[in-house]
Design a binder for this molecule. Structure first.
Ligand code: PLP
Length: 295
């Protein structure tokens, strides 16, 4: 299947304060962000024309930049408005939203304090898979060779482009081996997350998920924890050892892209997507839809 390359599409991209024709949204090859990974981004979804938790994403976006020692030159409110403008201008109602910020071309060495900070926002179609029957088959996960780094080794609290090197390598390896994705351990060998999603396990009606202190504390993860609390389902955030995997009945992933995706296998371990997974697939699907104004 041929997919239209991302630089050869029609529409508008918001770049440094204004909308530009899609194909003209370019950067120079000598950009600090490209060479030294001084780049942060977000991944969001609009449903029914409204971006789910837009403000939380804008806050995390600005915070990621601060962790990388730069400041995005737009406020949270300005970013929220720009994102909505791009969604509207491209006439999308349900789409993926990708803000990105990077250091520009003024300094091309490790130190880059005086480089301009560039900000862009693009949107594109990415259908959500809310076919519950299809989802409930579950996906198969490999176990990645790379581990999430120690927070003393890398800026793990940021959604920073550089942290995705090991995710791309791990995802490629998993797909080569016939899996959908790979589960990654943390630097101490405990269960961490997947290459682009957080992970939950269920046993005896209780959810267990790793403490997000060396990987991204996903906005979907937090949403699912809130949905569980609303239903009175206990969620335990704790260290999870890989040896515990055979004890869990169900497993699912959470992320803006993945939404809630049940898992049927992780390496040698099998899970049976069941009532709890279905509950969160359905509750999340209902939660992200814009709420009708009360009559
Ligand atoms: C590595 C990684 N972990 C977790 C997540 C989930 O984060 P969120 O729910 O905020 O999309 C993502 C992004 O989707 C990610 O790239």
């Amino acid at each position: 299947m041929s997919v239209l390359p991302f630089d050869q599409r029609d529409g508008f991209i918001w770049m440094n304060g204004s909308l530009v024709p899609w194909r003209e949204a370019k950067l120079h090859v000598l950009s600090h962000g490209l060479h030294y990974a001084s780049c942060v981004f977000e991944g969001e979804r609009a449903y029914g024309g409204q971006i789910f938790k837009s403000t939380e994403h804008s806050e995390r976006f600005r915070n990621s930049a601060n962790v990388l020692d730069f400041e995005i030159p737009y406020s949270v409110a300005e970013l929220d408005a720009a994102k909505q403008l791009v969604v509207d201008k491209n006439n999308f109602t349900d789409c993926y939203v990708r803000p990105v910020a990077w250091r520009g071309s003024e300094m091309m060495a490790v130190a880059a304090q005086n480089s301009t900070i560039n900000t862009a926002i693009a949107v594109w179609p990415w259908p959500s898979m809310f076919n519950v029957a299809e989802k409930m088959k579950g996906i198969r996960l490999d176990i990645a060779e790379y581990r999430r780094p120690d927070p003393r080794t890398a800026p793990t609290a940021a959604k920073a482009a550089g942290l995705y090197m090991i995710c791309t390598i791990s995802k490629h390896r998993a797909e080569r081996r016939g899996y959908a994705d790979a589960m990654m351990l943390d630097w101490q060998g405990r269960v961490a997350e997947c290459t682009g999603a957080n992970i939950f396990f269920a046993v005896d009606g209780v959810l267990h998920t790793p403490i997000a202190d060396c990987f991204l504390d996903g906005i979907t993860r937090r949403t699912v924890i809130e949905l569980a609390r609303r239903r009175g389902i206990e969620v335990i955030e704790r260290r999870i050892q890989p040896e515990e995997l055979p004890n869990f009945e169900e497993c699912f992933l959470t992320g803006t892209g993945a939404e809630v995706t049940p898992v049927s296998e992780i390496g040698p371990y099998t899970f049976k997507p069941g009532a709890l997974s279905r509950t969160f697939v359905e509750d999340y699907s209902a939660e992200v839809r814009p709420k009708q104004q009360a009559a």
